[in-house]
Design a protein around this ligand. Structure first.
Ligand SMILES: [Zn+2]
Length: 122
């Protein structure tokens, strides 16, 4: 497959920069809540803890996404970008186009999703 790695690299790096921005905001909101927990009432403390938990969940999602982007950049460096990480066939160009950090081809993705489902759903 003839992929323009440069284009994908620039997109991944731009996404990574945006993620870092979002991550620094997310870590701001996880730390702000901790500071005022002694000064607020029980109910609003619950609210604060809930908000903190949501901010932490958001932060986790951003970190996962960041690892994906970094892994995609690594694959560009090592020349395996655009290949499925499981079966090593070419990834669908339109899927790379919509998400350059995509890791598995459609067939492998489907296989993995079925594998994750509890037995009763199969
Ligand atoms: Zn595959």
């Amino acid at each position: 497959m003839n992929l323009d790695f440069g284009v994908f690299r620039r997109r991944l790096e731009a996404d990574l920069a945006r993620l870092d921005e979002a991550l620094s905001q997310a870590s701001d909101s996880t730390s702000t809540v901790t500071l005022d927990q002694s000064s607020v009432g029980r109910l609003s403390r619950m609210d604060a803890l809930q908000q903190q938990a949501m901010a932490q969940a958001m932060e986790q999602r951003l970190l996962v996404q960041k690892r994906k982007l970094k892994a995609a950049l690594d694959r560009i460096e090592s020349g395996t970008f655009g290949l499925c990480c499981q079966c090593e066939s070419d990834l669908e160009p339109e899927r790379l186009e919509s998400d350059p950090a995509v890791v598995f081809c459609k067939a492998c993705l489907l296989e993995r999703e079925i594998g994750r489902r509890p037995l009763a759903d199969r």
